[in-house]
Every structure is written in structure tokens, then in C-alpha cells.
Design a protein around this ligand. Structure first.
Ligand code: ATP
Ligand code: MG
Length: 397
């Protein structure tokens, strides 16, 4: 068995010794069967959340009402979830209630796809009531049960099918695919936060070239924030290697850039991205646009900052719009900057008032910005004598 399961085996042992059932479930079992490296290891158990908490010294209650407790071990932490079925659904997104059950099969039945509904015991034996293993071998994504019904329960599953297609390179079973096409509009009922998580995973998948056409073909894209009119631009995403990007900021930069989004702030807000991420994305795209017009130069590197320039450069490289040697060019220009911000100018407001013998006013910031540009372009030295002389002769526009 994959070595990554070893530390989680102790948790299963403890649950079993206390008279409960416990199995590895979900993505880790799927990935193990595929020989992929494992993400989070999840455990399903017949023990109730109270019983789980009583058995382990360190736990975090992340959703006891839904049956999920995180068990923290010395090296790791694992989600341990009580067997449950989801009650009725009325809003295409969340069950009205969850019901804890005693049967593993019942728990597997509520899971989205056959490949995600496989359990494995601590010895590595597989329990696979919905024939997920065959689907993995055939590289097929198929809902557990009738697809339309499952998508009415939780419409996000349609989008998840596409993101798994992107991550695993699997095809979507015909019936499942047709149901997505038919019920795409149900995605309108899903929260933005859940869509954002899946969108990021979809973009980072190695087989995005398979899932993007499906995103368009099923019409699912129309129910994603501000993508309704972007069918054509979405097509251009497939050829871009998002999986080679190294940060969330780069991912959204490349995404928004390729989609030719006119109002970036509005777009990024509509995906509910943190302000810090949006700000950096906007800075990166502004930098890329300037680069296209004027190449890497002092002003661009100064005003955008080295980080935005290097991030943008990496994306431009992948787009075939910049050359590798320019990384060094950017770094060299940055190192040679005479100042890194207005605060580095060796004169302050008081000096200016004194040197010009002029009352404080709006002119100070105007002058400082002019001075900044002049110093940046080596027209004035950042040195008190030279600045004083320049300040005295400065003409307000
Ligand atoms: P990843 O490797 O990306 O984490 P995963 O399969 O582990 O993939 P998760 O979103 O972490 O996916 O969910 C864990 C498991 O919970 C899934 O494998 C699936 O069994 C179940 N699951 C998650 N979301 C849903 C859903 N919306 N409907 C039904 N089952 C779900
Ligand atoms: Mg997971």
C-alpha cells in the first residue's frame, strides 16, 4: 500500500479497536489505484462525531453537524467523517439535513462519481460497490446513480466532473455528459466560493485541453461569474499551460489576461477573490500591457515593482511573448534603480517649502512626482545639493 497511508492507519486501528468500522475513502483511494501521488487522506467511519472526539486527544471540529472531525496526529491531520446519507435536497446545492448511518455502502452511495466512491481497509483491500475501479481503468467519470438526479441534488457535481476530467485526463461518461448539458443552468444555484475552488483546480489540471471544450459544449461556462459572453475567449485557454504556473496570483493573471477581461476589478470581485490577490492580478496585467507597448524599462520596473515584473515575465514566457534572458534584464534594471520609492528621495516636504520659500500646498506632491521621475531617469542625482538646485528652478504646470 502507498506509504502515505501508513500514519493514517493508526487512526483506523484506534477506531476499530473501539468497535467501529473505518476505511480510507474518496480521492486518496482513487489516486492510489491510479498510481498518482496522494492529496488529502480522508477516512469514513461508523463512529459518531462525539465518539471520534472521545477517542483522540487532538481533534478539530470542522463540521460535526455534517459528521466531519479533523484528527490531528504528530505529523499530519486527517478528516474523519461519520458514515452519512444526505437527506432531501431542495436548493440544488446542500442537503437539508444529513443523517448518520451505519452502512459504508450507504455512505459511498452519496458520493459524486464511481471513482470517488471506493473504500479501502487498512490492509489495502478494496470495497467497490459501484464499480469505480473499472471506470478508473477505462478512464471514465460516471455519477453514482442516475446523473440528472445527482445533479439536481448538488449542481456543483457537474463542474466537478469537468475539473476531474482536467486533472485526470478521463472522459465523461455519455449519460453523465448529456445530463450536464441538460441541467447546466442548475449551476446558477451554486455558491461562488465553491465554483472558485473547482475553477482553480480545473485550470491547473494537465488535461485542461479536454475539459475546456466540454465547459463550452455543455454550456456550463454561462453559469460561472462573468463568463457568460466569453465562450470564444475560453477556447484560447486550452493551449496555455496553466499547470506550470506557481501561484494563485499567476493563475488568475493568466486566466483574466487570456479572457481579455475589460473590467478586471469587477471580474475578480465576482469570483470573490481576496483583495490582496485581486490587487496583484491587476498589477500584473497592467505590467503585461505596458511590456507589450514598451518592453522592460526602468519606469515599468519601478512603478510595478520587481515581483509583478518577474511574475508577468513568467506568464509572458509561457505565452511566447517574452524571451528567457529578460529575467536577468529585469533583475539588472531593478538593482540599478536610483530609488525604490518616493521615501528614498533625500529631501522632504519641509526642505521643499524652505528651498522654494513657498507656502505648503498641492504643489508639493506635484513636485515630488516630477522629481521622482527625474531621479529615476538620472536627470537629477538623489543628493541634497542637486535636488535643491532642481527644486528652485522647478516650474509648476
Ligand atoms: P482532490 O484530490 O482534488 O481533493 P477529491 O476526490 O478528494 O479530490 P474532494 O473535494 O476533496 O475531492 O472530496 C472528497 C470526497 O468527498 C470525494 O472523493 C467524494 O467522494 C466526496 N465529495 C466531495 N464533494 C462532493 C459532492 N459535491 N457530492 C458528492 N460527493 C462529494
Ligand atoms: Mg480531497
Amino acid at each position: 500500500m502507498n506509504i502515505a497511508f501508513h500514519s493514517a492507519t493508526d487512526i483506523i486501528d484506534i477506531l476499530e479497536k473501539a468497535g467501529h468500522e473505518a476505511y480510507f475513502v474518496g480521492g486518496s483511494v482513487r489516486d492510489h489505484l491510479m498510481g498518482r501521488s496522494l492529496g488529502d487522506i480522508d477516512i469514513a467511519t461508523s463512529a459518531t462525531p462525539d465518539q471520534i472526539q472521545a477517542l483522540f486527544s487532538k481533534t478539530v471540529d470542522v463540521g460535526a453537524a455534517h459528521g466531519t472531525i479533523i484528527v490531528v496526529t504528530e505529523k499530519d491531520s486527517f478528516e474523519v467523517t461519520t458514515y452519512r446519507t444526505d437527506g432531501t435536497y431542495t436548493d440544488n446545492r446542500r442537503p437539508d439535513e444529513v443523517v448518520f448511518v451505519k452502512s459504508l455502502t450507504e455512505d459511498l452511495k452519496r458520493r459524486d462519481f464511481t471513482m470517488n466512491a471506493i473504500a479501502m481497509n487498512k490492509k489495502g483491500d478494496i470495497l467497490d460497490p459501484f464499480h469505480g475501479k473499472v471506470d478508473i481503468e477505462r478512464k471514465v467519470i460516471r455519477t453514482v446513480g442516475e446523473p440528472s438526479e445527482r445533479f439536481h441534488e448538488d449542481a456543483l457535481r457537474m463542474f466537478r466532473a469537468l475539473r476531474f476530467c482536467s486533472q485526470l485526463g478521463f472522459a465523461i461518461d455519455k449519460e453523465t455528459f448529456l445530463a450536464i448539458k441538460k441541467h447546466a443552468a442548475l449551476m446558477g444555484n451554486v455558491s461562488i466560493e465553491r465554483k472558485t475552488v473547482e475553477m482553480e483546480k480545473l485550470l491547473l489540471g494537465k488535461s485542461m485541453n479536454l475539459s475546456v471544450p466540454s465547459l463550452i459544449d455543455t454550456g456550463l461556462f454561462k453559469y460561472l461569474p462573468l463568463l457568460k459572453d466569453k465562450g470564444e475567449e475560453l477556447g484560447s485557454l486550452s493551449s496555455f499551460p496553466f499547470h506550470r504556473l506557481t501561484s494563485r496570483i499567476q493563475l488568475w493573471t493568466a486566466f483574466a489576461y487570456l479572457l481579455k477581461i475589460p473590467d478586471l476589478e469587477d471580474f475578480l470581485n465576482s469570483w470573490k477573490l481576496p483583495k490582496k490577490v485581486s490587487k496583484s492580478v491587476i498589477m500584473n496585467i497592467t505590467t503585461m500591457n505596458h511590456f507589450m507597448d514598451e518592453g522592460w524599462n526602468r519606469e515599468l520596473i519601478y512603478y510595478s515593482g520587481i515581483e509583478a515584473c518577474l511574475q508577468s515575465h513568467e506568464i509572458l514566457l509561457l505565452l511566447g511573448m517574452d524571451k528567457p534572458t529578460n529575467r536577468e534584464t529585469i533583475q539588472k534594471i531593478d538593482e540599478a534603480l536610483p530609488i525604490r520609492g518616493i521615501k528614498d528621495i533625500v529631501a522632504n516636504g519641509n526642505d521643499l517649502v524652505q528651498w522654494r520659500d513657498q507656502k505648503r500646498g498641492k504643489w508639493i506632491s506635484e513636485l515630488l512626482h516630477d522629481l521622482e521621475k527625474n531621479i529615476l531617469n538620472d536627470l537629477v542625482q538623489n543628493e541634497a545639493g542637486a535636488i535643491k538646485e532642481w527644486v528652485r528652478s522647478w516650474q509648476q504646470k
